[in-house]
Design a protein around this ligand. Structure first.
Ligand SMILES: [Zn+2]
Length: 587
């Protein structure tokens, strides 16, 4: 008999509390950490972590795996990036509650807002549910590679209660509000971690209509928030264009204040982003729990022949081959005559509309590994200028590279200044947490679920315009994100906490170039992205991935509701381990 189930030996432990790294062993028994310190004795399994980092598993609170969790076991690509818990149902979109007659409407909403193809959703979703608790029942028996937590989305709620009036963004009546509030409350009581809504024009259904929740009025939002408040649990998440920063922030503050529940909002480098940080500071100083979810790099579009977008998508000559398979497109594009015709049409379009060349200033070749803070001097436009080449020709060749599998990168948010200095300021603010990875969504244009890896590599190691302390970065993506959504049982490596652990070769840690796979339901495509350097990932005490390869176990499950801190009440970060009863001879 071994003394422990698992011992991770001699690594540099960053325990999620922000404490500096220290050399320690981590012992795991069952699903929890039993010791962090010097561990004598033996284990069923030992991992030699000498020279490696040992961190809590990452908690990604901004994902959209609502559909994927219903048909797949693996929350890829997040689980390739050290993520051990995902929170889905963000931004007001999801698939419950739903009337049987509204399935197509919710598919169009998710297809439009999150760029998950309708065919994928139509084939993948089983629709065995109507109410939110029934959706939870459907996911309950499933096993995953990570823990999955749900939130109740306002878009679904509004359509379910108001039907056509909800879709048409009519003002909710007091009865509508009462019904939505009651259902939101029931969802949170059943185990939804929170309630989410969207107030951005960037979110539209696949028919191009604004999301049903875009213009929901204060009475509706505050009414629902208050109902959630009566449960004494649950969080609120919102995304907004912040057109009027003070008014919008004021509304969100009211939701948090009147419900007594914490609220987080998506934050990017909008013109008044510093004002948002100031308002956050003020709210928290007044005891109102609010935080911003920020991205550690640009929110970036990937352009290429395999993607939903590329620079010649609207080019009439390209239109001749738009319906062909990639291989045939590449063949056609390699033909000099075709090339001449297509480029002529592109220059013609430029003369008439003039938008293409401008975007070439914000367009970069994406290498392997990708550079997520590219020097503006390396943009397609600037390169073409330097090399005395026609920018259209350059883009043509870049798109055609690697047998048509190359990507161009268009950082479209957080890159106003051609660098990430503003992002650094956001990340360092005491009331922000990393988020916005959008795992499971935007599968044909964005691959940002690798944010946790970028957080460590770019901000902890590579950046020469200023970095942040590694213990802080780990804390942000573990304890802090977990706390933001009420999961107090994880995110810290200390006795009694859930044994979600990453063993990381920090020097080797690298985000690889994205790739397009065709493995969604109905053969749908999705961008995925691997990483080097994750030596092992442990979920609930079981090794799930080693060196990026799935090992087998699926210890993850649906999380029902907020989770209390460990009963051991060991203050996180305390050095002495709690003595184990029976077996081990801990320090
Ligand atoms: Zn989102």
């Amino acid at each position: 008999m071994s003394d422990h189930d698992l011992i991770i030996r001699g690594g540099t432990v960053l325990d999620g509390t922000g404490a500096p790294g220290r050399t320690a062993d981590v012992a795991v028994d069952g699903q929890t950490v039993s010791t962090v310190g010097r561990v004598a004795g033996t284990a069923e399994r030992e991992i030699d972590a000498d020279g490696l980092l040992v961190t809590p598993g990452f908690v990604d609170i901004h994902a959209h795996y609502d559909g994927q969790a219903s048909w797949d076991e693996r929350m890829i690509p997040s689980s390739w990036h050290g993520v051990t818990t995902v929170v889905v149902g963000n931004c007001g979109v999801g698939f419950a509650p739903v009337r049987p007659t509204d399935h197509q409407r919710l598919i169009e909403l998710m297809e439009g807002v999150e760029d998950i193809p309708g065919t994928v959703l139509a084939e993948g979703l089983s629709w065995e549910w109507e109410s939110f608790p029934q959706f939870m029942e459907a996911l309950d028996p499933r096993a995953f590679d990570v823990d999955v937590a749900l939130q109740v989305p306002h878009g679904a709620l509004r359509l379910n209660v108001m039907g056509e009036r909800g879709a048409a963004r009519e003002t909710a009546t007091p009865d509508d509000i009462a019904a939505m509030a009651a259902q939101a409350r029931t969802a949170v009581e059943a185990g939804a971690l929170g309630f989410t809504t969207s107030r951005t024009l960037n979110h539209r259904t696949s028919r191009g209509e604004p999301t049903p929740t875009l213009t929901a009025e204060a009475d509706e939002l505050v009414g629902i928030a208050r109902a959630i408040g009566t449960t004494g649990r649950g969080v609120l998440q919102v995304v907004s264009d912040f057109a009027d920063v003070d008014a919008e922030f004021g509304l969100f503050r009211r939701m948090a204040e009147e419900s007594g529940r914490p609220l987080s909002f998506s934050m990017v480098q909008f013109p008044q982003w510093r004002r948002q940080l100031d308002l956050l500071t003020a709210a928290n100083a007044d005891g109102v729990r609010m935080s911003a979810q920020v991205a550690p790099r640009p929110v970036g579009l990937l352009l290429g022949l395999q993607c939903s977008l590329h620079p010649f998508l609207r080019n009439p000559v390209f239109g001749e081959i738009a319906g062909l398979a990639l291989g045939q497109q590449v063949e056609a594009l390699a033909d000099p005559g075709f090339r001449e015709r297509l480029l002529a049409a592109a220059r013609d379009e430029q003369r008439h509309r003039g938008h293409l060349l401008e975007s070439f200033h914000a367009l970069y070749e994406l290498g392997d590994p990708p550079d997520y803070e590219p020097d503006p001097a390396s943009s397609v436009a600037r390169r073409a200028e330097r090399e005395g080449r026609d920018p259209f020709e350059m883009v043509y060749d870049l798109v055609l590279a690697d047998h048509g599998r190359a990507f161009l990168y268009l950082p479209f948010l957080n890159y106003n200044d051609g660098n990430l200095d503003a992002v650094g300021e956001m990340l360092a603010h005491p009331h922000t947490v990393p988020g916005l990875g959008d795992g499971g969504a935007h599968v044909g244009t964005i691959c940002d679920a690798s944010f946790p890896t970028t957080m460590l590599t770019l901000w902890g190691r590579d950046r020469d315009r200023g970095r942040l302390a590694l213990p802080y970065l780990v804390q942000q993506h573990t304890r802090d994100t977990a706390r933001t959504v009420g999961l107090l049982d994880r995110g810290v490596l200390a006795p009694g906490y859930r044994a979600d652990v990453n063993v990381i070769d920090f020097e080797a840690l690298t985000v690889r170039r994205p790739e397009m796979r065709h493995d969604l339901p109905a053969g749908g495509r999705r961008l995925v992205q691997t990483a080097d350097g994750y030596v092992a990932t442990v979920v609930a005490g079981q090794v799930t991935y080693e060196h990026g390869e799935a090992v087998g176990p699926l210890p993850g499950h649906l999380i029902r509701g907020p989770q209390p801190p460990p009963a051991t009440s060991e203050p996180p970060g305390r050095r002495e381990p709690v003595p184990r009863t029976g077996g081990g001879t801990d320090e």
